[in-house]
Design a protein around this ligand. Structure first.
Ligand code: WT7
Length: 654
């Protein structure tokens, strides 16, 4: 969108009712924000009291952002346990309150309401099972589960005994699973027989079996029964969760963890190489997840809150499990998809469980919008108070539909911008504080200092009406601490390009009013249906196929997915470019990475545009994929400029 178009953007102020109810109104936002920047240690020292500490902290912030010596510590001398904060401390006051509402894939199957007391028992049993399998403080456990309550038990059980979990999204392939198990040297994989989703079943256990062929012999597998589907079993390696849970003790003492002990690792894609293990720690992460959950969604005691993400992504970590449970909330966990059995499923679930806060991704909104508003209008959505989006910029059409058709113009939409690395929301409007602009992430959360830099010089662009790369000055408690096993990669990725700042990888505009608009990634990361993918990963999957000599992958605008995956493939000399081969390569990438990486377009490329030094000019490939041939820029520096004409002439029709 151009600057001129933004000038006419209509702003939507919160209703008087929303303001009156809100934890934070406009004046309070200004006051708290100023305080959070003026004295971060005092501000976060106070916020840390949201949690129960075993040994209270005396230090709040100890951060060094200088390249070569980056170290980030919050509450460093305090000790606590995350599971105790999400469970035990609520037992007295809300033991009988529902902690998790579980809505299964099939609407005709019964939903479960799991109380805090029950969640505590289930977590303790799972913790005891893990201990009996030899898992100890600091060990890694990979979780490869469907969206079932056992996923939450498993996360909290790890937290309880001080094991570090690493969740692998159930849509990932055996190869991707094995890479992550080996990457963090996990002792145990927790999986299920099958994952039902949208009426289909993914054979998780057999995927795990295939992955385990590439892992150390000592890796054990704990199997949850979900469907009762048949699985192969290896005695001594495979453990039956349901049997063991019958015997396991209902209590397991929470381990005393240091605030800076790792809580979890979550693999995410970057612009180069294989996914990196983002490390989040215990104290600061939980303070930040809890605070943002309460304030961004204006969550109040007694509300029913639903985030539609999967626990395989950071959104599920912070805003299905840790943030809501730390706040004693009722959090809904949904196993299915928005369009099964039909496009009214989300709204039926909202009606059935009287959802107050609803948090989803723009790609889901766009997909449902295309099905028509009848699916929404037949449901009673009168309990909704706040709507949220996450994962990618939301286009104004989708925003307006969400606002008008779903929210009936009375529910503020919080467009939350953040990343796996940031642990929680960094920019978002607050429901009762800001006049919303469709598509804008609006304002920094407390303690967050966004800066817009000139991409070339790295100089801060001051004032309003500026656009550049988005960096964050200074730290916040929810920030990632390192890349698992590779601190150097952490520093190189986030602190090398723009010294003294955390570099987000996103572009950004600060408009004339000082509000922020995320313009998308400035690196070779693409965002497909809100899932982050490194083009390098897809490329390396493609070139691993015997028929492929070379591949270059870029994103292109896609109506539903936000971005689609466009692959330029150069075949080996003796290979015929057939339709069968195209299909085979698609399938190949799905097996190598997972269905989310499935190429949307494969164009045969006899040659790729390269500089004389052999560097692929992705800028040109992006333009061709976007159907934008007018602004290819200077192609005279290419080793062979004629390849560009060929690519344009043979541009794949989509
Ligand atoms: C990237 C992070 C954080 C949870 C989900 C994705 C993009 C995320 C927004 C938003 C515009 C957004 C950014 C960011 N992104 N939220 N509200 N508006 N862009 O986490 O997989 O780590 O991806 O998603 O490009 O860098 P992730």
């Amino acid at each position: 969108m151009t600057a001129a178009a933004h000038a006419e953007v209509k702003a939507y102020p919160p209703s008087a009712e929303t303001v009156a109810r809100a934890h934070v109104n406009a004046a309070k936002y200004e006051e708290m924000y100023a305080a959070s920047i003026a004295d971060p240690a005092a501000f976060w020292g106070e916020q840390g009291k949201r949690l129960d500490w075993i040994k209270p902290y005396t230090q709040v912030k100890d951060v060094n952002y200088s390249f070569g010596n980056v170290s980030i510590n919050w509450y460093a001398d305090g000790t606590l346990n995350v599971a105790a904060n999400c469970l035990d401390r609520h037992l007295k006051t809300r033991g009988d309150q529902t902690a998790i509402i579980w809505e299964p894939d099939e609407p005709t199957d019964e939903a479960q309401h799991i109380t805090y007391a029950e969640l505590h028992r289930r977590t303790c049993r799972m913790a005891n099972i893990l201990e009996s399998m030899g898992v100890r403080k600091g060990d890694r456990v990979v979780i490869y589960l469907p969206m079932i309550p056992e996923a939450a038990y498993a996360m909290l059980a790890c937290a309880r005994i001080g094991a570090i979990h690493s969740i692998v999204f159930a849509g990932f392939s055996p190869d991707a699973l094995a890479a992550r198990v080996n990457g963090c040297d996990a002792k145990v994989i927790i999986t299920a027989d099958e994952a039902p989703r949208g009426g289909r079943k993914t054979p998780l256990k057999s995927n795990a079996d295939a992955a385990l062929l590439h892992c150390k012999d000592s890796v054990k597998c704990l199997v949850v029964k979900r469907t009762g589907g048949q699985t192969t079993w290896i005695d001594g390696r495979d453990y039956d969760y349901n049997e063991m849970a019958l015997e396991a003790d209902d209590y397991c003492a929470p381990a005393e963890m240091n605030a800076e002990d790792p809580l979890f690792i979550l693999y995410t894609s970057g612009s180069t190489g294989q996914p990196k293990g983002v490390v989040h720690t215990t104290g600061g992460y939980l303070v930040y997840a809890a605070m943002t959950h309460e304030i961004s969604f204006d969550y109040h005691d007694g509300d029913i809150y639903w985030c539609t993400a999967d626990v395989g992504w950071v959104t599920g970590h912070s805003y299905i499990v840790y943030g809501p449970l730390a706040n004693g909330a009722t959090t809904l966990m949904f196993e299915g998809v928005p369009t099964y059995p039909d496009a009214s499923r989300f709204w039926q679930v909202c009606e059935k469980h009287k959802v107050n806060q609803f948090y989803t991704a723009p790609t889901a909104i766009r997909a449902l919008m295309g099905q028509g508003k009848e699916y929404v209008e037949k449901c009673d959505l009168s309990d909704l108070k706040v709507l949220g989006t996450v994962g990618e910029p939301i286009n104004p059409e989708a925003w307006n539909w969400y606002n008008d058709v779903v929210g009936k113009g009375r529910c503020p939409i919080v467009d939350t911008w953040w990343q796996t690395e940031t642990g929680g929301h960094l920019m978002t409007p607050l429901p009762g504080a800001h006049a919303l602009k469709p598509g804008s992430a609006m304002k920094p959360f407390f303690g967050i200092q966004p800066v817009v830099l000139d991409p070339q010089s790295g100089v801060e662009l001051n004032g309003n009406g500026v656009e550049g790369v988005l960096c964050i000055k200074d730290s916040w408690p929810g920030q990632m601490r390192t890349v698992w096993g590779d601190h150097e990669r952490f520093e190189k990725t986030y602190f090398a390009d723009y010294k003294g700042y955390y570099f987000t990888g996103d572009g950004c505009r600060r408009d004339e009013d000082g509000d922020y608009w995320i313009t998308g990634r400035v690196d070779d990361v693409i965002n497909v249906s809100g899932h982050r993918m490194g083009t390098a990963e897809v490329e390396s999957a493609l070139v691993a196929h015997a028929a492929v000599a070379e591949a270059a992958v870029v994103g292109y605008p896609h109506e539903i997915k936000g971005q689609g995956i466009y692959c330029y493939v150069t075949l080996m000399n003796d290979q015929e470019p057939t339709e069968e081969l195209r299909q085979e390569l698609r399938k190949w990438v799905r097996t190598e990475i997972g269905p989310i990486a499935s190429p949307d377009v494969i164009q045969w490329a006899p040659g790729l545009p390269k500089t004389r030094s052999g560097k692929i000019m992705r800028r040109i490939l992006r333009k061709i994929a976007e159907n934008d041939f007018g602004s290819l820029g200077d192609t005279s520096t290419l080793a062979d400029p004629s390849v560009v004409d060929d690519l344009i002439a043979n541009r794949a029709s989509k």
